[in-house]
Design a protein around this ligand. Structure first.
Ligand SMILES: Nc1ncnc2c1ncn2[C@@H]1O[C@H](COP(=O)(O)OP(=O)(O)OP(=O)(O)O)[C@@H](O)[C@H]1O
Ligand SMILES: [Mg+2]
Length: 453
């Protein structure tokens, strides 16, 4: 028997070290190392993985199995998954506590079971009564959905073999444990080994498995970062817990694109889809106020209009205060420097606060022009016409550069009743295919500012 030694794992990112360290070299977090026994018996994993020896094959010899995708019955989720659940895939759903992971997956269970699929929901966190209570809020369920409260992976494997479901939900991976691993549930080695077991089940029995993973900043439980490369698809559920909407973002997807998002709203009856995020994001936009402009960003193939707000005021400090909510502060600082140098605005003696209204985080360069105009409008105390939107990337010499998919952006603006679009001159030709909307092409920030006054 091998001598049991211990190793140290960063509980945040899974960095492995033979010594304890104060700061993790992998993720730069402090105080995240925890000691775990090294000896992981490979008995279970290695034994189960031993199949008959595989022969190398030429690509053309491999049979194409038609990848069957199952619709989850939730359009926004299907879009993020790349068109539905792929049979035999392992999907990780991460997110902050209370954001709605269990709710979303229970809804998926309901839809799939109503479509006649056998679904097994395994919870290690909540009692059967709690799940029942949540289900009560959501409406009708069929008996095709089975619920199991269990944390031991061997028992779970047995239950799966016995019930032969097509979809399994594991809520959450941090509560699961494998008897062969001696460390506590939620530790890096447990999480990693448990996911390994689930991976075998998914691929071996051709079952799609959804795994819920918690993300904690403090690193008390192992974040799902360590398993991101083990699974096929990683989805993150994000959003402001104080706002009702939630954004589901694909971070990795072996079966589809990762730049699509799904937008949901938390209601008492569960998560409702928001098919038109633009309308949602622009709700409550102030009228006739300076420092506010509507910008357009692309989320995958979908244009999303949102409001950029800026507040610029004289500072009393030696170092003016600058903050950015919902976008990158460095980008805002850079854009303010561009405004100072290229448009002659005296911003160095001003505090500036920039906010993407609605609490959503957006970093697309096409937002630059919106941020520039919001700052300029607040600085000059000059409101921008409410029916105007702006998009374009701004370069260091103050030039407004073209962005992709200008036509789609203009179309979305028109659909929502806007009548003027300030856009890069270079995009104007492409965007001119959309009729009955005024296009103002600008080459640099000076021209853009002139367009709003
Ligand atoms: N009656 C209700 N009406 C409206 N929203 C509710 C109601 N009950 C719960 N919620 C919402 O559901 C959220 C909890 O959802 P859920 O349990 O699915 O989250 P979770 O991501 O699974 O959390 P955890 O990390 O604790 O497992 C709450 O934060 C709240 O916003
Ligand atoms: Mg939950």
């Amino acid at each position: 028997m091998a001598k049991a030694r211990s190793v140290f794992f960063c509980q945040n990112c899974g960095f492995e070290s033979s010594k304890w360290m104060g700061q993790c070299p992998g993720c730069r977090e402090w105080n995240t190392f925890a000691e775990e026994p090294k000896m992981i018996t490979k008995k279970a994993t290695a034994g189960a993985a031993r199949r008959e020896t595989a022969q190398p094959l030429a690509l053309s010899q491999i049979e194409m199995s038609t990848t069957t995708r199952m619709s989850t019955g939730i359009g926004e989720l299907d879009r993020v998954l790349g068109g539905g659940i792929v049979q035999g895939s392992l999907v990780l759903v991460g997110g902050d506590p209370g954001i709605g992971k269990s709710t979303l997956l229970l809804q998926v269970c309901r839809n799939l079971s109503q479509a006649g699929k056998r679904v097994l929901y395994i919870s290690g966190e909540e009692s059967l009564q709690q799940i029942r209570m949540r289900a009560q809020r959501m409406g009708e369920f069929t008996d095709q959905l089975m619920i199991l409260c269990e944390t031991n992976l061997e028992d779970i494997r047995e239950a799966i073999t016995k019930t032969a479901p097509e979809i399994v939900i594991i809520d959450s991976i941090q509560t699961m444990y494998n008897e062969d691993v001696t460390s506590a549930p939620g530790s890096v080695s447990q999480v990693r080994e448990s996911t390994g077991v689930l991976l075998q089940i998914a691929k071996g029995m051709n079952i799609s498995i959804f795994i819920v993973g918690h993300v904690t900043k403090e690193g008390v439980v192992a974040g799902p970062r360590v398993l991101e490369h083990m699974v096929d698809t990683v989805l993150y559920f994000e959003g402001d817990r104080h706002a009702a909407y939630r954004v589901l973002r694909g971070v990795k997807n072996r079966f589809g694109s990762t730049n699509e998002i799904g937008v949901f709203e938390m209601r008492e009856s569960g998560l409702a889809e928001v098919p038109n995020p633009s309308e949602y994001m622009l709700e409550g936009k102030p009228e006739g106020a300076s420092g506010s402009v509507v910008a357009c960003t692309m989320e995958g193939t979908r244009p999303v209009l949102l409001e950029v707000q800026a507040l610029v005021c004289k500072t009393n400090l030696a170092f003016p205060r600058r903050t950015a909510a919902g976008t990158d502060l460095n980008r805002v600082n850079l854009l303010m420097a561009v405004l100072e140098k290229r448009a002659g605005l005296g911003l160095s003696s001003c505090d500036a606060y920039v906010n993407i209204a609605g609490g959503i985080r957006m970093n697309e360069p096409a937002l630059d022009l919106g941020i520039i105009l919001a700052i300029a409008s607040s600085m000059k105390d000059q409101p921008i016409d409410e029916k105007t939107i702006a998009f374009g990337e701004v370069g260091l010499s103050g030039e407004v550069r073209s962005v992709s998919m200008a036509e789609q952006r203009v179309r979305e603006a028109k659909r929502l009743g806007f009548d003027t679009v300030i856009l890069p001159e270079a995009c104007k030709r492409q965007a001119a295919r959309v009729k009955e909307i005024r296009l103002v092409g600008v080459k640099n920030v000076r021209e853009a500012i002139r367009a709003i006054v």
